[in-house]
Ligand binder design. Structure first.
Ligand code: TRP
Ligand code: SF4
Length: 400
């Protein structure tokens, strides 16, 4: 019933690195070719854990948006915005909080995990507990059905689907729903209403998913049905009420295997990153000083790529021929480690060259980025408002 829409958000936690590029941004760049996409800076989310250091947010926000643009996220294809500039996220978060059982939030696995991990902070706050619900509001407010996230976020998506179902269940029931749905079926015409009933029975009695899909596409093809009746008939298929909100699906991004300079996962907290727009001299120096197989003390000592972080970089950047050259050269001590690193340096610099290129005008003229975001926020506000109208009405708040 709702058209495909992709939404994802990122916290403004500092300048992005190649791990973000390979793990997230490359995927966004592909998605924007295929779908309507919304990408936003989750600045309120940053405050759920960093409420005591607000000074880091502003600079990080703009740097991060430049990193997105540098990576190839295209503002003429995707809508880029900042969460706090679309206040309706907060309104929906608050409204959803009315019907969110506390136990559901306490059971989100990241809640206890993060509290235990981030011991230096007091995270026994309302905001931190409510953070998955804020994420639900971010998603549901745009009726986004596709949400690309890493595995760590999967529980939040599951939580969001549960909130969505609960919302539709509680607020999708209008008075006289069944009668209205039956009347809407008649409007389909005799042939189609027979088909609709048949498919609905097959789904409800036998759980036949293909019947559900077929019925949904039947409804999608109806042009003479008004929005309200169409929504009712979608809802009537599974016995519930109207579908006011849309259940999002996780588009699992393959876990980034991007290693850091030391072979651990690339992460700011391990201090092993190459930043997205790092200058070429610094990249060269970092790769040249990367640790290698400790067995290769001298050039004449054979090594084993399996024990070397440099090899992991070859797995990302090199073709088969180069990899073979590394394997043989390393195991037979025919190449030195600096030789081994040199094609990598070339590949990384080549990957980054277009990013520097794209970033340059944004670095030189900050108003460009401000304007892109202002446009995006305006669009996002409009889309959010459309959903909010239905939500306020469903929750009894649309009087004047
Ligand atoms: N919670 C996500 C993270 O920490 C960021 C985020 C906030 C998000 N709202 C979202 C991601 C909505 C996807 C959809 O990475
Ligand atoms: Fe690592 Fe390459 Fe040196 Fe072998 S030759 S130890 S793979 S850097």
């Amino acid at each position: 019933m709702f058209a495909d829409r992709v939404l994802s958000g990122m916290r403004p936690t500092g300048s992005l690195h190649l791990g973000h590029y390979h793990g997230v941004l490359k995927n966004w760049v592909e998605l924007q070719q295929q779908y309507e996409c919304l990408f936003f800076v989750a600045d309120w989310h940053a405050l759920t854990t960093h409420y005591d250091s607000p000074e880091i947010i502003e600079q990080n926000v703009w740097d991060m948006v430049i990193d997105w643009l540098a990576a190839g996220v295209d503002p003429s294809k995707a809508t880029l915005f900042i969460q706090s500039k679309v206040p309706a996220h907060a309104e929906l978060y608050m409204l959803l909080s009315m019907m969110t059982p506390l136990g559901w939030l306490e059971r989100v696995p990241t809640y206890k995990d993060q509290q235990e991990k981030l011991t230096e902070k007091d995270l026994s706050t309302h905001g931190f507990l409510g953070y998955p619900l804020l994420q639900s509001a971010d998603i549901l407010i745009y009726r986004a059905n596709l949400v690309p996230v890493g595995e760590d976020q999967a529980p939040h998506l599951e939580f969001t689907r549960e909130i969505c179902r609960r919302f539709n269940h509680i607020y999708g029931k209008e008075i006289g729903f069944e009668e209205k749905a039956e009347a809407a079926i008649k409007k389909l015409g005799s042939k189609r209403s027979r088909l609709y009933n048949e498919l609905r029975n097959r789904y409800q009695e036998q759980g036949d998913e293909s019947a559900l899909a077929e019925a949904q596409s039947l409804l999608n093809e109806q042009q003479n049905l008004n929005m309200g009746d169409q929504e009712r008939l979608f809802g009537y298929l599974d016995g519930g009420g109207k579908m006011i909100l849309c259940e999002p699906e996780t588009l699992l991004t393959e876990a980034s295997r991007m290693p850091g300079l030391d072979g651990q996962k690339m992460s700011k907290s391990y201090n092993n990153t190459i930043s997205l727009r790092e200058d070429p001299d610094s990249v060269t120096k970092k790769v040249r000083t990367m640790p290698t197989d400790p067995a290769r003390v001298r050039r004449s000592d054979p090594g084993d790529p399996a024990k070397c972080p440099v090899w992991q970089f070859h797995m990302i950047y090199s073709d088969d021929k180069t990899r073979e050259w590394v394997q043989n050269g390393c195991k037979n001590a025919e190449i030195g480690c600096l030789d081994c690193k040199s094609p990598l340096i070339k590949m990384i610099l080549a990957e980054q060259a277009p990013m520097h290129e794209r970033a340059r005008m944004y670095e030189e003229d900050p108003t460009l980025v401000r304007n892109i975001i202002a446009d995006g926020c305006e669009k996002a506000n409009q889309m959010a408002e459309e959903t909010m109208r239905d939500i306020r009405e469903a929750m009894g708040l649309s009087y004047s």
